[in-house]
Design a protein around this ligand. Structure first.
Ligand code: AMP
Length: 198
């Protein structure tokens, strides 16, 4: 039987984490598991949890750890026997510890992108407010300019993607990600920080 491979990817807002993850998962035949996707699914289902989740996601705030682990861990348990790449989870030390109790990751990728690149990327980012679908005018354009591919509704720039909000978001990302990165470094599964430029 082939050895299973389980990895997670971390990156600041605007790092292109989702796009890169999908490409890696496809190239290496990994199941792609995105916390943002599962959250958007629960918002769309309009369940009690979904309504709560929306209040955080709409403001680009982290959903509380207990909600995240309840959402993600059962899905990962269902993935026993599969190789996968996790995008967006864990984001906090508490989430990483909960994941550790379920399984040992083989590799963690942390994207380290220059501030200027993040600023440019986010200024190019448009979202479809109702679904949370994200587009980028540089590398993930909608089929029709300014319109959502599925509904044809207008796309907008999120307030949090405006330059004035970016510094605060980045600082917050660094504060929360650092202990997670340190944990994975100490486990020897975060061997490199990937740096790239456009
Ligand atoms: P993403 O698609 O990974 O950029 O996530 C979109 C939004 O979902 C984030 O801005 C957060 O509000 C929320 N989110 C995604 N993953 C997590 C997580 N692991 N912990 C807390 N909130 C999360």
């Amino acid at each position: 039987m082939a050895k299973l491979f389980r990895a997670a990817i971390m990156g600041p807002p605007g790092s292109g984490k989702g796009t890169i993850s999908k490409r890696i998962a496809q190239s290496f035949g990994l199941q792609y598991l995105s916390s943002g996707h599962y959250l958007r699914e629960s918002i769309a289902a309009n369940t009690e949890a979904g309504v709560l989740v929306r209040t955080y996601v709409d403001r680009s705030m982290l959903v509380p750890d207990h909600v995240m682990t309840k959402l993600m861990l059962p899905r990962l348990e269902n993935m026993i026997g599969h190789s996968w790449l996790l995008d967006g989870f864990p984001r906090t030390l508490s989430q990483a510890q909960a994941l550790n109790n379920l399984c040992q990751l083989d590799l963690v990728i942390s994207l380290n992108i220059p501030y200027e690149t993040l600023r440019e990327r986010l200024s190019d980012r448009l979202i479809h407010p109702a679904s949370g679908r994200v587009y980028n005018m540089g590398f993930n354009k909608p089929q029709v300019q300014g319109k959502d591919d599925i509904t044809g509704e207008p796309l907008v720039q999120h307030d949090d993607d405006k330059p004035e909000a970016l510094m605060t978001r980045l600082r917050h990302y660094k504060d929360v990600a650092k202990p997670v990165i340190d944990l994975y470094k100490s486990q020897g599964i975060l061997p490199l920080i990937f740096r790239y430029r456009d």
